[in-house]
Ligand binder design. Structure first.
Ligand code: GH3
Ligand code: MG
Ligand code: MG
Ligand code: MG
Length: 324
């Protein structure tokens, strides 16, 4: 626990940088229509923020979507525009969803403040602006943003580690087991056909025995890269372990899955692998079993079992072939 906490602290601190860097400026955008208000805020924040000022909310939205701001200050002083509209747009764009928003409003605007907070605006300040208060509120948001980014990326990293096979970067069996039934349900609900390929490299033990385990690993990586290159973004490629793989192909009817399998099989067999002693190239072949889910009610395990049976038959018929 203590070691994990210490590692966590080191992570945060290296992220936040040294004290000097922590006090470094955050990148901020001010959206404000009035010249004297712009000047006053820029003056107050000159040591706290690297500030970009824009008068036009629509242009500011584009600016914010294309640059990594750490804070956006939105003034409510527009003569002809609802500032909450900008806030809500900023909250709905992927690129700005997690950027802190600070509303700069006038006294008597409690209603606007309440609606803004409901929209996900993080904080507000009321004119006349007290310089220390504005600096403190902005600094807090910068710190919060950096900490949240750190948490988000470390959580994402842990999730990736848990579902990824470290050798090849493909998904692992755990992910297949937890995710395949979702793909099946989606296919059934949309009346589409989902197919799976079960793949096993042929005589892979011989590759290891002849060239060594490292060359075997290299072949597994190169094979995985070829698989990745052959499939679409919606397909799911997994390494179950050893030299055994499963590819799930949503929206793919049996004959199409079979031709995808055949194309992959041929490419594997015909293009020598770079791995191997002195990079002289190594011929590797694979056997593939294909199964398609057409009727509702079949489980992921049953479908995989059918693909595996087909794979078994491909092996029995001499390997380096596809059986559907
Ligand atoms: P078949 O054509 O019947 O599939 O023959 P095979 O030799 O491929 O089958 P078998 O299942 O007997 O052997 C699989 C071999 O894969 C055994 C093991 O040496 C090797 N293997 C399993 N995991 C790894 C790995 O992570 N790296 C390497 N280099 N080899 C592995
Ligand atoms: Mg085997
Ligand atoms: Mg094998
Ligand atoms: Mg095997």
């Amino acid at each position: 626990r203590i070691r994990a906490q210490a590692a966590h602290d080191v992570g945060i601190n290296s992220l936040l940088g040294t004290k000097a860097e922590q006090e470094g400026k955050g990148k901020a955008l001010l959206v404000d229509e009035r010249r004297n208000s712009q000047d006053r805020i820029a003056q107050i924040l000159r040591k706290t923020a690297d500030l970009t000022v824009m008068s036009d909310p629509q242009a500011a939205l584009f600016e914010a979507a294309e640059n990594a701001y750490e804070l956006i200050l939105v003034s409510t002083n527009f003569s002809n525009y609802d500032p909450l509209r900008l806030c809500s747009q900023l909250r709905s764009l992927d690129r700005t969803r997690f950027v802190p928003l600070l509303l700069v409003c006038d006294q008597g605007e409690e209603d606007t403040v309440n609606r803004a907070l409901e929209l996900g605006v993080n904080d507000y300040i009321i004119r006349p602006i007290d310089p220390n208060e504005l600096v403190a509120r902005c600094s807090t948001q910068f710190r919060r943003k950096r900490y949240n980014d750190y948490l988000r990326s470390s959580v994402q990293h842990s999730i990736e580690l848990a579902v990824t096979d470290p050798l090849t970067g493909l998904y692992n069996r755990r992910y297949l087991d937890s995710h395949m039934h979702i793909l099946i349900e989606r296919s059934v609900a949309r009346d589409r056909i989902l197919s799976v390929l079960a793949i096993d490299l042929d005589r892979f033990k011989t590759v290891n025995d002849t060239y060594g385990h490292d060359v075997g690993d290299e072949v597994l990586r190169e094979f995985s890269n070829r698989v990745r290159a052959a499939i679409r973004g919606i397909d799911l490629a997994c390494r179950l372990g050893g030299e055994e793989f499963v590819i799930v192909l949503p929206d793919t009817e049996g004959p199409v899955a079979e031709s995808i399998a055949e194309r992959l099989r041929r490419e594997i067999a015909e293009v020598p692998f770079r791995a191997g002693p002195d990079g002289q190239g190594l011929t590797v072949t694979a056997s593939v079993g294909v199964a398609s889910l057409s009727e509702a009610g079949e489980s992921a395990a049953e479908l995989l079992k059918r693909a595996d049976n087909a794979l078994f038959e491909a092996k029995a018929r001499g390997r380096n072939r596809v059986v559907a």
